[in-house]
Design a protein around this ligand. Structure first.
Ligand SMILES: Nc1nc2c(ncn2[C@@H]2O[C@H](COP(=O)(O)OP(=O)(O)O)[C@@H](O)[C@H]2O)c(=O)[nH]1
Ligand SMILES: [Mg+2]
Length: 331
């Protein structure tokens, strides 16, 4: 969709392109952010600008705090499936164990902290879709791998871990929230309105209480509810016994806020095996952009089979699609 940008925006853009230092670049980008009209048509430009601002802010900060441990961008995972969810939590909370239960990934699981040193992705099946889960090293007040800023910028959502086998579980989980906040990552409940500051990334988050098989889990759960009860949706599991895992798959899929759309070619049956997964509320043209980059602008109409239309109804490019619609795109 074309975006009408005010003339001052182009001036700032020119200053950005001429800027020699990261600091000057950042100043120009922030001017562009302020000048950019914030509406649906500019969502893509907003997202690109926000990523640049965030990357530069993090880069400047990391340069200040000494030599880099990891080259920037070395831990960016190509997006796969319906979306990416990052596992964040204190040491020993059962993050890696959960990844082995939900995916085919094989991170080391061990009864001592700091076993996981680098991000490990795995694909979780949910019905006919897949969700990419990323196991991360533990976060504490003084332990924070710099690449976590990259992974949490790219991720669509997060799972915050709370260990029900540990009396200090709530304190350790609070430390994770505090440390992430220092890195300009805010864990928020799903449905939270966007944050104004372009350098801050908000991740829709569920709180996951783990090791519910522990004999004192019930009592610790009460304490956890008091600390975090209303701040995040709470889900309880035992990875060891398998309790809560089937429900968790659905919760994680739902956390992405996507819908399943099946596409078909004219005169042929729909492909019901691998749905596209645009965000809930997406239009025909947004779906088309996922099918092929060029299609987003060239699609003119679609025929839709689903619950909100009569079968095979022709709709325009701005028609809002619904979960499980079957769509035939026309250019
Ligand atoms: N009792 C119990 N122990 C668990 C459970 N999940 C993980 N653990 C144990 O907790 C320890 C740390 O697990 P790990 O997945 O490596 O934690 P991470 O540091 O968060 O990745 C290991 O000894 C696991 O066997 C569970 O559901 N119940
Ligand atoms: Mg681990």
């Amino acid at each position: 969709m074309a975006v009408n940008l005010p003339p001052h925006y182009h001036d700032a853009d020119a200053r950005y392109k001429k800027a020699q230092t990261p600091e000057d670049k950042l100043v120009a980008l922030k001017e562009m952010w302020v000048l950019l009209p914030k509406h649906k048509a500019s969502e893509k430009v907003q997202a690109e600008l926000k990523t640049k601002i965030s990357e530069l802010t993090d880069q400047i900060e990391q340069a200040k705090s000494g030599p880099k441990k990891a080259a920037p961008g070395s831990y960016k995972f190509p997006r796969q499936g319906a979306g990416q969810i990052a596992f964040v939590g204190p040491p020993n909370a059962g993050k890696s164990q959960l990844l082995t239960k939900l995916t085919k990934a094989t991170p080391t699981v061990a009864p001592y902290p700091f076993t996981t040193r680098e991000p490990i992705p795995g694909m979780m099946d949910y019905e006919d879709t897949r969700v990419q889960l990323i196991d991360l090293p533990p976060i504490t007040a003084d332990q924070f791998e710099p690449f976590i800023t990259d992974v949490t910028r790219a991720a669509d959502a997060a799972v915050l871990f709370l260990d029900l086998s540990d009396d200090d579980g709530p304190t350790a989980t609070q430390a994770v929230l505090d440390r992430l906040k220092l890195a300009r990552r805010e864990l928020v409940p799903p449905g939270t309105p966007p944050i104004d500051d372009p350098a801050v990334y908000a991740l829709p988050t569920i709180l996951l209480a783990t090791k519910s098989d522990d004999e004192a889990a019930d009592i610790r759960l009460e304490i956890a509810r008091e600390s975090f009860g209303t701040r995040f949706p709470l889900h309880i599991i035992s990875a060891e016994r398998g309790d809560g895992l089937p429900e968790l798959r659905k919760t994680l899929y739902d956390l992405l806020g996507v819908m399943r759309i099946y596409t078909k070619q004219p005169g042929k049956p729909a492909d019901m095996t691998s749905p596209f997964t645009p965000l809930i509320g997406s239009t025909v043209s947004e779906l088309a952009g996922r099918v092929h980059r060029d299609l987003e602008d060239t699609v003119k109409s679609a025929r839709v089979w689903g619950t909100s239309v009569h079968d095979g109804q022709t709709v325009g490019r701005d028609h809002i699609l619904h979960d499980k619609d079957i769509v035939e795109l026309h250019t």
